[in-house]
Design a binder for this molecule. Structure first.
Ligand SMILES: C[S@@+](CC[C@H](N)C(=O)[O-])C[C@H]1O[C@@H](n2cnc3c(N)ncnc32)[C@H](O)[C@@H]1O
Length: 206
């Protein structure tokens, strides 16, 4: 299973239920897909789109009425500071947390070489991959992201781990027609690490 929406739908209690997505981004994240599946979903992000299902705020400043059934956090926790306090706030929102994350710190030289080569090849065919050309250049622009182990350790302090799936990730920066399958094959062959991870955690008794 690769797409985060599939992971989320698999882990959520059956609809209807209330779901809060933090860091839904300008495109609104999974909110509309969750609504289409019968959930009452709200997205909170300073960059959220306009609309009744979106709140343009940091989740730390959001004061919802009542509890949600789950919080969804797609590629946002590695930005959150202070992280421990942020995760405590998420645990107040809902008993279940579903996370899509990116272990940038596990990109090893083999993965970097493969990714940059694929990026060059796609550009040569006229494509415009959404990710950076150079991983080193990307790292230099993002010096203060949390490494994956810190995010996971912080989550495990507050939630018991129900599921942790490691997944290919770099294909999302490439966008080529075969990128996902190629990356999956290389990860499964042990050529380099899986970089993406999906976590489902259930809030511990407090
Ligand atoms: C990399 S984007 C991810 C967007 C989307 N979830 C996705 O996976 O494509 C990270 C998003 O997190 C948002 N963000 C960062 N800190 C936040 C906070 N404290 N509360 C809510 N959103 C936050 C940013 O505004 C940005 O839209």
């Amino acid at each position: 299973m690769a797409a985060f929406i599939d992971f989320v739908l698999n882990q959520l209690p059956p609809a209807p239920g209330r779901v809060l997505e933090i860091g839904c981004g300008r495109e609104g994240g999974l909110v509309e897909e969750l609504v289409a599946e019968g959930y009452d979903a709200i997205g909170v992000d300073p960059e959220a789109p306009e609309g009744e299902r979106f709140v343009q705020a940091r989740f730390q400043d959001y004061e919802p009425e009542g509890e949600f059934d789950a919080v969804v956090a797609g590629r946002v926790l590695h930005h959150v500071r202070p992280l421990g306090r942020g995760v405590e706030i998420l645990a107040r929102f809902a008993p279940l947390l579903l996370v899509d994350e990116f272990a940038w710190d596990l990109i090893d030289p083999a993965a970097q070489q493969w990714y940059e080569g694929q990026h060059r090849m796609l550009r040569a065919t006229g494509a415009e991959p959404p990710g950076p050309r150079s991983i080193d250049e990307w790292w230099s622009r993002h010096p203060d992201l949390h490494p994956h182990w810190l995010v996971l350790d912080t989550l495990r302090d507050v939630y018991s781990e129900r599921r942790l799936d490691w997944e290919p990730y770099l294909y999302r920066w490439l966008g080529g027609p075969s990128s996902e399958q190629l990356e999956r094959t290389l990860v499964e062959a042990g050529a380099f690490n899986a970089i993406g991870w999906h976590f489902a955690g259930v809030r511990r008794d407090r």
